[in-house]
Ligand binder design. Structure first.
Ligand SMILES: Cc1cc2nc3c(=O)[nH]c(=O)nc-3n(C[C@H](O)[C@H](O)[C@H](O)COP(=O)(O)OP(=O)(O)OC[C@H]3O[C@@H](n4cnc5c(N)ncnc54)[C@H](O)[C@@H]3O)c2cc1C
Length: 382
């Protein structure tokens, strides 16, 4: 006899469903109508950021004591997925801020949380998370930014490249080699309005246009000693743990992008006719749509499961690498197939699927390339 006890529950809680519906309605009403313009002008209107802050989207998986919503990480990924169905760039700006928030929440002191985390979670301030430098994309050890203690302040010098949200950020989590700890890497909370903190080259991105990505130049930026995150010298650990959570959010953004690709493909297949029939009646198109649907379903449950593990505060370094790797491979296939359903029109800017193809490509590159995810996964096999 089988015991009728479920150990795996794939249903959403009432709260998760509510968060998903709220985000879907917001995305359809406030973002979808302007998403093509955001992509064209590579700019998210400030009003959208303000409205998302009012909805609490910058503080979803954090306690209400710090200005968050107090929901779980699964609710957070459900919201990102829905927003990304309309615009990956808009969802990406939340994801980039959440990286800074996770680092401060997990490693910050109570005083740091009250001062720096609360305004971020309430959406009163914008945050960014800056690790990458010219030589450090896939080699974290090649970091050159320096932090030298001078009295009660650290003095930061160096530059960071490709940092999401940096042109609009108020607060940055910056990684640098720490003179006080044998040049091991430490993480610092840095006021982006401080003298010596400037934004350099803005990147003109292929996709996710509207997400503002730029260089940060640090020229003798003075940071109070009390802004050191964690013990000091533990920057790689902070980076690894924070990014492992971040990858699940970024995968959810891409999940929203490929769901949109499916939605667009189904709609197009119903209205486009050839030889007097909607192309949806051709088996070739039906098979493409069946393949896309199946792949998205597998990707979705991997994202949701890893989000569930994050909510349990589990170590997800391997799981998040697998999730990001799998979703990025699926995304490349899905957008290619979705464009195939659209024929030549999908290759023009008149159809959303063109933007979705560009947006989907990012996942295999950001927060560590797919090759590096394979290196991480293989290194953790026993
Ligand atoms: C839109 C966008 C937003 C970003 N936002 C941020 C941000 O907010 N904060 C931040 O810190 N960074 C950010 N980045 C930077 C991003 O995380 C890095 O660019 C990424 O990790 C890849 O590094 P790289 O470009 O230097 O590639 P490289 O390391 O130069 O890689 C080039 C190629 O070599 C391969 N390769 C390199 N080393 C190895 C190896 N050891 N084994 C096998 N193959 C290898 C790679 O897989 C890749 O195919 C962003 C990037 C983009 C595009």
């Amino acid at each position: 006899m089988f015991r009728r006890v479920s150990i795996i529950d794939f249903g959403l809680t009432v709260e998760q469903e509510m968060m998903r519906n709220t985000a879907r309605e917001f995305a359809e009403k406030e973002i979808e109508p302007i998403a093509a313009r955001i992509d064209k002008e590579a700019k998210i209107p400030k009003d959208v950021i303000r409205k998302m802050a009012a909805k609490g989207f910058y503080g979803i998986p954090f306690p209400a004591d710090y200005g968050g919503i107090g929901a779980d990480y699964a609710s957070y990924v459900l919201v990102l997925e829905q927003i990304a169905r309309a615009s990956a760039a808009v969802a990406g700006t939340i994801g980039a801020q959440t990286l800074a928030e996770i680092a401060i929440y997990k490693y910050g002191t109570e005083k740091q949380k009250q001062k720096h985390l609360v305004p971020l979670l309430k959406g009163e301030k914008i945050g960014c998370f800056a690790f990458t430098e010219a030589a450090t994309g896939s080699d974290p050890k090649a970091i050159t930014t320096k932090a030298k203690l001078d009295g009660n302040e650290y003095v930061l010098n160096g530059s960071k490249l490709l940092i999401s949200n940096s042109p609009i950020a108020d607060t940055a989590v910056i990684f640098a080699k720490d003179s006080e700890r044998d040049n091991r890497v430490s993480a610092f909370i840095v006021d982006a309005k401080k003298e010596g903190f400037t934004v350099g080259k803005h990147e003109d991105l292929l996709g996710n246009r509207g997400l503002e990505v730029a260089e940060i130049i640090l020229n003798n930026v003075r940071v109070p000693k009390e802004n050191l995150l964690g013990e000091g010298g533990d920057g790689y650990g902070i980076l690894l743990k924070t990014i492992s959570f971040g990858k699940v959010g970024t995968s959810a953004v891409t999940l929203g992008v490929i769901q949109a690709a499916l939605d667009e493909s189904i709609n197009y297949a119903k209205v486009r006719t050839q030889r007097g029939r909607p192309i949806a009646e051709f088996q070739t198109i039906q098979w493409l749509l069946a393949d896309i649907t199946t792949k998205i379903e597998a990707a979705r449950w991997l994202v949701y499961r890893t989000a569930f593990l994050v909510s349990q505060d589990a170590d997800v370094i391997k799981e998040s690498a697998m999730t990001k790797l799998f979703v990025s491979e699926v995304a490349d296939e899905v957008v290619r197939e979705a464009m195939q359903v659209h024929g030549s029109y999908g290759y023009t800017k008149d159809f959303k699927v063109e933007r979705l193809c560009r947006d989907a490509r990012a996942l295999g590159i950001i927060e560590g390339t797919s090759e590096i995810q394979r290196v991480i996964i293989a290194s953790l096999l026993r």
